[in-house]
Design a protein around this ligand. Sequence first.
Ligand code: DHE
Length: 550
Amino acid sequence: MREILIAFMLVVTFMAGGTQAIAEEAKVESEVASETEFVLTPVEFEKCREIYFDRCAGCHGVLRKGATGPDLTPSKTKVKGTKKLREFIWFGTGGGMPGWGKMGTITAEEADLLVKYIQNEPPVPPQWDMKNVKASWKLLIPPEERPTKPEHDRDVANMFAVVLRDAGQIAIIDGDTKEVVSTIDSGYAVHIVRMSMSGRYVYSIGRDGKCTLIDLWMKKPDTVAEIRCSLDARSVDVSKFKGFEDKYAVVGGYWPPQFVILDGATLEPIKIVSTLSYTYDTEEFHPEPRVASIVASHFAPEWVLNIKETGLVWLVNYSDPNNPSIKMIEAERFLHDGGWDSTKRYFLVAANARNKVAVIDAKEKKLVALIDTGGIKPHPGRGANWIDPEFGPVWATGHIGDSVVSVIGTDPVNHPDSAWKVVRTISALSSGNLFIKTHPNSKWVWLDSPLGKKAEDRTSVVVYDKANMGAGIFKTLEVADYGKAVHMEYNKAGDEVWVSVWGNLGDADKGKAGEIVVFDDKTLTEKARIKNLPTPTGKFNVYNTMYDIY
Ligand code: DHE
């Protein structure tokens, strides 16, 4: 399927008219390039296009106009030159770019080809309109044929949906027994899942834009509907406001830049909306404003959609989904990931390439603060909330480009002096942090560093004591001796922490494709290992995801 898509994308690349200006801008360069040292055979070009899609597009954009990572259009890359570009790709940068060669993700030959590729004109993928979206929709089991109550006696609220990233699958694991109840095919390089407000359904989103709906009430949970909302995507969420529980879902697209509103029980598409627009500050047209994180408001029937390149937060009202109203809030460019404060009124989202966190008030529907985090490229995941003994309720983020955790005050009523300010800056084990996590029942805060420079940092996580954050790292836990330790998630009771070991699919025969290590949160000791999971990354406890507990 993916091969067909790639071939299709290449053909349409040269037919797409909407991005003519970009094509022309790069034409002169590519003509020179194709005659000289940057020439690639069609097979090499295709190989690079795939590597670029897998490793580079997320940060630099499909059109390479730059976002979390810098602009890589030929007018910029040719100035940098082959030698410098090769070094960046191989060794990474201080700004948070991973050293793809050094880490063993790509070979020397692939790095050489990529250097040429990014000095050529970027191919432009096709559009994906409602006709395509509708044609991709499959209702495998209609709601009336689904169970009317759970067909098993497992605690659905303590189940985990685990992303098996490189396998393109979702594992459903019983949080009590640690059994893998079901392994279900999902989208290509599947990215995240979210839960319906009832906790019955799991919605997954793949990097190919495929959304699957999994019913946890089935004896063996399985897909009941699927749809492809775009060709490249990262986010999905559901309607959570009172009266709209389980009614709708929304999928955010990276390419084409758009979102699609779906029926929550069947995934039937209702409305498609393009996010093509102008940057909030300079009001320049942007050809690729991607939908980054999405959260569901608890104050109104609204989704908070973070439009990365334009720096706008869109509050999309879904009460009349065929005629959605959108309030656009100016925030900051390159919005990425974020989470609610403990009251779920304020959404804190990283504008990562600007080293800032924007705070959106979902009740008053406005921006309340733009905070300089003091570190390079904040990356909170959804962040972590706890009560600091000195500053009251706080939320925190780690950083990709700095070995630092920034703790931000979130209580403007009782702690106005610390609200929306960095109140503590704590040392991490390393840069390359992606996720931070806690639970209201825990005394600890957990932080990973899967993009750390040293292998031992990538395989470890650290724990901080909420009551004594000033003391720095309380304990470093080595999770595995291979792969990357990534993403923590608590069980429903908040007394276990699950950490993924993201290995290589190719190392499955050595038992090193991946596993989940379960820690006892009280003693900070290992409690269980769920072995032989192919490349687990994000994992989501049903209850904690439903209620946004982190
Ligand atoms: Fe993610 C969240 C985008 C790479 C694991 N990631 C997000 C969100 C966005 C995003 C926009 C917020 C979704 C939301 O809340 O609605 N991620 C991107 C990229 O563009 C990027 C940098 C590059 C790419 O090419 O995709 C990228 N992400 C990764 C990974 O390589 C990770 C580590 C492994 C994987 O499985 O893909 C990864 N991203 C995650 C996870 C979350 C996430 C686990 C959700 C965290 C949570 O606790 O909610």
